[in-house]
Design a protein around this ligand. Structure first.
Ligand code: ADP
Ligand code: MG
Length: 446
């Protein structure tokens, strides 16, 4: 009886709403009973229930009144089992509005427990931890940025894992900016743009990874901006990552940049030796858990931490290769084995930055002439970039101070030392300078 009533009503709704909305929202519902003016409906998830309540409540009530004249209200219960029984649809056929909102899958390893904290990432880690508690929104958005392989995606997944645990009531959506664009374009194509807008505005926590991707993509940016504003206005948490600071993303509209800067912008710095060593020890323990115990000879971790400096992913891959190899031949990992096994990696990290390259990049960055950098001018706008170049030359090359001095137009090594110290000191107090230095370092090492 009830089932028949519902099937009649849902067919009417199908006519009224069209096929795709019907499939997303009405078809998954089940009418369980009507009593005391309340109709009980079962939805596959809280989210679908809320959505239907918000958008179709009156429409459904009006139709059910044909059989239940006193009906005033709908109530939804959740029956997740039903959702699981629906077979998953291939990605190419996700024309249903509901599919727009699926979170990208989370990597099981990317948890806070597996994240090694050190000086270069402690701020980003602390901010991520705070957001992961799911308490009141204190900074919005959280903007995480840093070079490739420094743990941005790892931290975002960790936030999502924790939120799912601590606040299962929240609708948390994680996706890359590329997926955001893809779904947007698909919604345009399928004429579901209203669904797209409403869906994105209904999440509680939105995380968009690698947002630099949408730079220069105008309509996607526009849509992103509106979604972003709508969520911020509702005080919903947004977390964004990019490979550089908001202001440095070319072709990103100013209004977006400035909105992003309103929250908390934190930087994942390039790893330092201690952090790399910590990560190696941690990964070795987890590889040992899965691959079985492997002996690691003296100096191996230290050697790797010294030599593979660009990117944690590469470091991880190197260690994994060593473990697999050692496991295969049943011998401990020695420095000789490292040389053999990783010769390709070590060769490429042998590519040393030259002092000349540093001078060129720094001049370009500060818009001064290379000849001025090497010449005698002492005006601040020339002298400061020169000191930064000296500092980077000391940091990134193995040249001695006198050698560096010779390459800076024959300056004395004490001048170089002074410049290096000056920049070291200013990095702590002048955040603009610190950012410039980090950016240049990243450019030079990539
Ligand atoms: P990004 O998104 O910044 O490019 P990822 O988050 O994908 O970098 O990290 C690259 C790899 O390095 C991942 O496997 C990640 O687990 C690992 N990784 C990065 N930083 C850390 C860290 N601090 N502790 C443990 N693993 C890390
Ligand atoms: Mg990433």
């Amino acid at each position: 009886m009830i089932a028949q009533q519902w099937s009649k009503v849902s067919q009417e709704l199908r006519q009224e709403l069209g096929e795709s909305s019907f499939k997303s929202w009405i078809e998954p519902l089940e009418l369980v009973g009507v009593e005391n003016g309340i109709a009980q409906l079962r939805a596959p998830s809280r989210f679908v229930g809320d959505w239907v309540k918000r958008n179709y409540h009156d429409m459904i009530v009006a139709r059910l009144r044909a059989d239940h004249t006193d009906l005033a209200q709908l109530e939804f219960s959740v029956n997740p089992g039903r959702e699981r029984r629906t077979p998953p649809k291939p990605a190419t056929q996700t024309t249903e509005a509901g599919a727009i909102l699926e979170s990208a899958p989370l990597e099981g390893r990317y948890t806070f427990d597996n994240f090694v904290v050190g000086k270069p990432n402690e701020l980003a880690h602390a901010a991520a931890k705070r957001v992961a508690e799911g308490g009141p929104v204190t900074f919005n958005p959280l903007f995480l940025y840093g070079g490739v392989g420094l743990g941005k995606t790892h931290l975002m997944h960790a936030i999502a894992w924790d939120l799912n645990q601590a606040r299962p009531d929240l609708q948390v959506l994680y996706l890359s900016a590329e997926q955001f664009m893809y779904r947007f374009v698909q919604a345009l194509r399928d004429r579901q743009i209203m669904d797209f807008k409403n869906l994105f505005r209904s999440v509680d926590v939105l995380m968009v990874d690698d947002v630099q991707f949408i730079a220069g993509k105008e309509s996607t940016q526009e849509e992103f901006f509106h979604t972003f504003n709508a969520l911020v206005d509702q005080n919903k948490q947004i977390i964004i990552s990019a490979d550089r600071a908001p202001g440095e993303i070319k072709d990103l509209e100013d209004r977006i940049t400035s909105r992003m800067q309103c929250g908390l912008v934190v930087d994942l710095h390039p790893t330092d030796y201690e952090l790399r060593l910590g990560i190696l020890h941690r990964k070795a323990a987890s590889f040992a858990d899965t691959l079985g115990p492997v002996r690691v000879g003296d100096g191996v971790f230290e050697f790797l931490a010294h030599r593979i400096t660009n990117n944690v992913r590469v470091l991880e891959g190197a260690l994994q290769r060593l473990f697999a190899f050692s496991n295969l031949i049943g011998q401990e990992i020695t420095l000789d084995m490292v040389q053999d096994c990783l010769s390709d990696l070590l060769r490429s990290s042998d590519r040393r930055v030259t002092v000349e390259e540093i001078q060129r990049k720094v001049s370009e960055h500060f818009n001064i002439r290379l000849s001025d950098m090497l010449g005698p001018k002492r005006a601040r706008n020339i002298a400061r970039p020169r000191q930064i170049a000296m500092y980077l030359a000391k940091e990134l090359t193995s040249r001695s101070l006198p050698e560096i001095g010779r390459r800076f137009g024959g300056r004395d090594h004490t001048t170089i030392l002074y410049g290096v110290r000056k920049v070291e000191e200013m990095r702590g107090t002048d955040s603009q300078l610190a950012e410039d230095v980090d950016l240049l370092r990243r450019l030079l090492q990539s």
